[in-house]
Design a protein around this ligand. Structure first.
Ligand SMILES: Nc1ncnc2c1ncn2[C@@H]1O[C@H](COP(=O)(O)OP(=O)(O)O)[C@@H](O)[C@H]1O
Ligand code: SF4
Ligand SMILES: [Mg+2]
Length: 339
């Protein structure tokens, strides 16, 4: 698979009155052309900050402290998005990389008709289309999200939450992007609508070959459609790889905990176990592995939780890597528990 975006050692800090909050800590990963990647982690783990870093949209008091985000163009040119000027970047945003922001449904302007949102978006990114062309194209992309083009004449309040989310997905498609970042695209929607939205996104992926990145706290919602998964904890990617392999044999205790916490339709809910403790405050200088206070191996004395050893990702096999240097013990223990 060919790379599309390469994130290298991206670190993003928020400079707050009570200290420096590191929301993204030395994050490195690659997004490949045509894949569906899920970035998953509890609320506050840094997913939205990472998305804003990739798009060079980090706002004050946030700051990209270090790192690079490379975009591979159609001619395989490698462009560092973080070095582009605002004007240069706007050529990429939307026409190459589109986004559906978290809670974006609330951002639709209540006094503008849906068609005006499409016109504004296109004008902000590509002044070459006439209004007539934009309306025609809007009708086409609305079809992808299974909405009638009559919706263009509606105001946002005339649409349900699910319909608004579909309009936003259509809006992200208007300039035919190579990749769409979807931040919590199904949160706040009822379960049936969640599945409907995921189904149509999968269809869009299959029909158009567009690369999709889901950022979500809800592993159960996206597990069926993603090819690869990156697990975030306290601003770090702690495990990353092919989804079947990660689910079958998690190689970081946090991933293992997350998977144990998901209820399924068929199992006994009383067997589900939440991960003990809570995520750390990110305004601190970590002296040990960030997951140590919640980690069974650390709490039982099987790991020292040495910080320096968790400053890299270890290649577990061809399909996945882990930040836990005791991954081999974890896998061995799991095999014993299963035996
Ligand atoms: N604008 C901001 N100002 C201060 N802290 C922020 C801001 N945005 C995010 N954070 C902090 O950065 C961390 C990661 O947040 P976020 O990226 O929103 O996580 P997620 O999307 O995974 O829920 C959190 O500790 C959050 O409080
Ligand atoms: S490095 Fe040690 S403390 Fe950290 S997650 Fe792995 S086993 Fe737990
Ligand atoms: Mg978020």
């Amino acid at each position: 698979m060919k790379p599309l975006i390469e994130v290298n050692n991206l670190t993003i800090d928020f400079m707050l009155n009570n200290g420096k909050l590191r929301a993204c800590d030395n994050v490195s990963f690659t997004i490949y052309k045509g894949e569906i990647l899920g970035i998953i982690g509890e609320s506050g783990s840094g997913k939205s900050t990472l998305a804003s870093g990739i798009l060079n949209l980090v706002q004050n008091p946030g700051k990209i402290t270090s790192g690079e985000v490379y975009y591979y163009t159609e001619n395989d040119e490698k462009v560092n998005l973080l070095e582009l000027s605002k004007d240069e970047f706007s050529e990429y945003r939307w026409s190459e990389i589109a986004t559906v922001f978290q809670a974006a449904q609330n951002a639709l302007n209540p006094v503008l008709k849906i068609k005006e949102h499409f016109i504004e978006t296109v004008h902000a990114h590509d002044a070459n289309m006439t209004e007539e062309q934009i309306i025609t194209r809007s009708g086409e992309v609305l079809q992808y999200v299974r909405l009638d083009k009559g919706v263009l004449e509606y105001y946002p309040h005339q649409l349900s939450g699910g319909m608004k989310q579909r309009v936003l997905i259509a809006l992200s498609l208007i300039l035919d992007p190579k990749i769409i970042l979807l931040d919590e695209p199904t949160t706040a929607l009822d379960v049936i609508t969640q599945w409907y939205i995921l189904d149509l996104l999968e269809q869009i992926h299959d029909d158009l070959g567009v690369t999709l990145i889901f950022l979500t706290h809800d592993i159960s919602v996206i597990s069926g459609i993603i090819d690869r998964i990156a697990v975030m904890y306290a601003g770090e990617i702690v495990e990353y790889g092919e989804v079947g392999d990660v689910f079958e044999e998690p190689s970081h205790p946090y991933t293992k905990g997350l998977l144990h916490a998901i209820p399924t339709l068929t199992d006994d809910i009383t067997k589900r176990k939440a991960i003990p403790g809570s995520p750390p405050n990110l305004i601190q200088d970590f002296k040990q592995c960030k997951f140590a206070p919640r980690c069974a191996l650390y709490l039982s004395g099987q790991c020292e939780g040495e910080k320096e050893k968790t400053e890299q990702l270890y290649l577990v096999n061809d399909n996945k890597c882990s930040r836990c240097y005791k991954y081999a013990d974890l896998i061995k223990n799991a095999a014993k528990e299963g035996a």
